[in-house]
Design a binder for this molecule. Structure first.
Ligand SMILES: C[S@@+](CC[C@H](N)C(=O)[O-])C[C@H]1O[C@@H](n2cnc3c(N)ncnc32)[C@H](O)[C@@H]1O
Length: 269
């Protein structure tokens, strides 16, 4: 499936910044036991991989991505002190067999790019040891709220989500994952919990609001080429929208909120 953010240096840098910038919320409730071996499909340039290896000093990760350029970038730029706890593989996760059974599978911003999530989840659960876990942190793009309302942003966001759907992805996949897990492997699962991870920035801290809006504009811009090439957004639209969105940080009642969904399934022993 087409990756609509593109595989290029700007996108690779964006992924590294994104993982670090959002990590306080993404990993707020994540605890891996010492000695955990993780499979991380769709690791991209290893942005979450680095964050996890730093947070959990005993963790080992088998990281896999379809993109050769992403894996080469991950390997070339990986911090020396973390290298011996990760192995990178360039492969389509639908054809990849990890070298060992793992304690857990960790997916982040990945299932949104998969047109058939249930067969993939079924396959990934086969690789997990009894009593292990499956964790997915995924988008729920209809949770975006920005005040004052931004008509241009709304138009762009609708086009962004429509484009992702048109190439087989799902920008609203987050809340569907518990049901997908049930469909894929109910007999192997002990429990499933889905929790919302909410970002909320407002004018109580205008600087933090501005930083969040900048991050968000970067994310939106990563799909700009695809949207413009497909004629979904006119040239010049993005720059104009950007000015309006930046005004939100200066507005008296300016507000940004987005909620992702983090699902944790524990397997039976
Ligand atoms: C939005 S990026 C997220 C990367 C990383 N998880 C992060 O948070 O920085 C999604 C990644 O999934 C990868 N991907 C999509 N389909 C895949 C597949 N079938 N097998 C392996 N990787 C895949 C893409 O190449 C891309 O690098």
């Amino acid at each position: 499936m087409e990756y609509f953010h593109g595989y290029n240096e700007t996108e690779f840098k964006r992924l590294i910044h994104q993982a670090e910038f959002l990590s306080f919320k993404v990993f707020e409730h994540v605890h891996f036991k010492p000695g955990t071996v993780l499979l991380e499909p769709g690791c991209g340039v290893g942005a979450q991989t680095r964050v996890m290896l730093r947070r959990f000093p005993d963790l080992r990760i088998i990281a896999v991505d379809l993109s050769e350029s992403a894996i080469k970038t991950a390997e070339a730029g990986f911090p020396d002190d973390l290298r011996d706890r990760v192995e990178f593989h360039c492969a389509d996760i639908f054809n990849f067999n990890p070298p060992q059974a793992v304690d857990g599978v960790f997916l982040c911003w990945m299932l949104e790019h998969i047109s058939e999530p249930v067969p993939l989840i079924k396959r990934l659960i086969e690789f997990i040891k009894p009593g292990g876990f499956f964790m997915a942190t995924e988008v729920q793009n209809n949770s975006l709220q920005i005040y004052p309302p931004q008509a241009m942003l709304e138009k762009y966001w609708n086009a962004y989500n429509a484009l992702q759907q048109s190439i087989g992805g799902d920008p609203f996949v987050g809340l569907k994952i518990p049901a997908y897990l049930h469909e894929a492997a109910a007999e192997k699962i002990e429990s499933v919990k889905a929790r919302p991870g909410m970002f909320l920035n407002d004018n109580r801290d205008p600087e933090a609001l501005e930083k969040m809006l900048d991050y968000w504009l970067n994310l939106l811009e990563s799909a700009r080429g695809s949207l413009e090439n497909k004629g979904l957004i006119d040239h010049g639209f993005f720059e104009n929208m950007k000015k309006h969105v930046q005004e939100v940080a200066k507005s008296k009642r300016g507000l940004f909120s987005y909620t992702f969904i983090q699902t944790l399934a524990i397997l039976r022993n």
